[in-house]
Design a protein around this ligand. Structure first.
Ligand SMILES: Nc1nc2c(ncn2[C@@H]2O[C@H](COP(=O)(O)OP(=O)(O)O)[C@@H](O)[C@H]2O)c(=O)[nH]1
Ligand SMILES: [Mg+2]
Length: 422
């Protein structure tokens, strides 16, 4: 199953510290120079919104991070082991499996990028340099690296439905869910008063979505017979609905209209969700003979139905492929719609922006920031002069001067700098 996997994770061992002594020409007894071992890599579980299921992890699989390398002589430290990062869908719950079969929660990865360390890397051992003392100048001891942690963990994906199946009782919602996913809903005898929708993961190629049967909604559900909080959470989250209709019903179109009216009474937001209208039970002979008639009836109310048999799975995979496509489109549209135009803050130049005015024949540039710079500059230095001129251009002073009517040969002043305009 892809919504729950159990794996064993093992962090890398720390590298060993080393016993070694300096060897130098003409120095008969060098001091200790054994380097430390590197720390072992950790195993980290990280939520990633690009990952949609746990199926890339192997059930009962073994995942390990690399160990640290041993230290070397000349005080060289061993290289650290690399962390192993396993990416999982957002909404994954991480649990420890303890010896007595208990499960302890490690983390609930609800945000993209959220991480949980599930096995800590072993610390690298210290080299013999750390053990030198006044009484022991040639220590023959170094630490071994620590072993990396090993844990059995369980990853569970808390599913939230993307697609809901709606329709009257007995139209085949449970049957469709079972045909399209690995979920095992009760068929026919399923109590309509359920407070939790039955969920299944539907895989279409490399992608997947969560499909939920929404029972109990119709049949006066809008009258407020207590639906659980979980239930509501799921139906609010669904992005599209598969509206299932029994082909053997006296009037399939009327069924659709009624269910939609009921839906609207229950929650108008739910009624606004895009629907794929699906006529079920086409394996029945009495439905077979009416296919064209049913199709025409739907066409006359502006709807194009799909035809399936949930019982024989005829048309189910095609329907799921279309559902996946519609879901992707609706999701993309919703995301585009959420992009509220952000207020753009244009960076403002610090201080007061420069202004230009004329005093007699001289154009005066008032630019406090620039004046401060000019005051400290040797304005007779042509290199610095050019720099200041470039700065004036950048600050828009040159433009302002032109606008003020400056002509080549006019005098321009800024602070204690006066020059001829060119
Ligand atoms: N012949 C036929 N029977 C179906 C089909 N789908 C569902 N059924 C039957 O219709 C009854 C109600 O099905 P169920 O899935 O429980 O309907 P739900 O109430 O909408 O969940 C059961 O007896 C199913 O076996 C179908 O495609 N063809
Ligand atoms: Mg059912």
């Amino acid at each position: 199953m892809f919504d729950r996997v159990e794996i064993v994770v093992r962090a890398g061992d720390g590298g060993d510290g080393v016993v070694s002594f300096r060897r130098e020409k003409f120095v008969p007894f060098g001091g200790p120079d054994g380097g430390d071992g590197g720390d072992g890599g950790a195993v980290i579980i990280m939520a990633d919104s690009a990952v949609t299921s746990l199926r890339l992890l192997k059930h009962k699989g073994f995942y390990r991070a690399t160990g640290g390398k041993d230290g070397k002589s000349k005080k060289k430290h061993g290289r650290k082991g690399e962390n192993l990062i396993l990416t999982v869908p957002v909404g994954t719950v991480v649990l420890y499996k303890t010896q007595i079969g208990d499960k302890a929660l490690i983390a609930d990865l609800e945000q993209p990028g959220q991480q949980a360390v599930v096995a800590k890397g072993g610390k690298g051992g210290l080299g013999n340099t750390h053990f030198a003392s006044s009484t022991n100048q040639a220590p023959q001891i170094a630490q071994k690296g620590e072993a990396g942690e090993e844990n059995s963990i369980i990853l569970e994906l808390r599913l939230i439905a993307d697609v809901g199946i709606i329709g009257y009782p007995n139209v085949g919602k449970s049957t469709l869910l079972a045909a399209a996913s690995a979920a095992k809903p009760k068929i026919a005898s399923y109590p309509f008063t359920t407070r939790e929708p039955i969920l299944g993961v539907v895989e279409v190629g490399q992608r997947s979505f969560v499909l939920a049967e929404i029972p109990g909604l119709i049949d006066g559900a809008h009258l407020g017979r207590g639906l659980g909080h979980d239930f509501l959470r799921h139906i609010v989250r669904t992005k599209i609905l598969v509206h299932l209709i029994d082909g053997s019903s006296a009037s399939p179109v009327e069924d659709m209209v009624r269910v939609n009216a009921e839906l609207n009474l229950f929650d108008s937001a739910l009624a606004q969700k895009p629907q794929l209208v699906v006529v079920n039970k086409i394996d029945l002979p009495q439905v077979q003979t009416r296919l064209a008639e049913i199709k025409d009836a739907f066409t006359s109310v502006g709807t194009t139905p799909r035809f399936i048999s949930a019982a024989t799975a005829d048309g189910v995979s095609e329907l799921m492929a279309e559902t996946m496509k519609t879901l992707s489109r609706v999701t993309a549209e919703a995301e585009a719609g959420e992009k509220i135009p952000r207020k753009v803050f244009h960076p403002q130049p610090r201080g007061i922006s420069p202004s230009v005015h004329k005093e007699g024949d001289i154009f005066i540039v008032v630019a406090p920031d620039l004046e401060r710079i000019i005051a400290r500059t040797d304005v007779t230095n042509p290199g610095l002069r050019r720099q200041i001129e470039r700065r004036l251009a950048r600050l828009g002073v040159s433009k302002a001067l032109v606008k003020a009517g400056v002509k080549p040969g006019d005098r321009v002043r800024c602070g204690n700098l006066e020059w001829e305009w060119q």
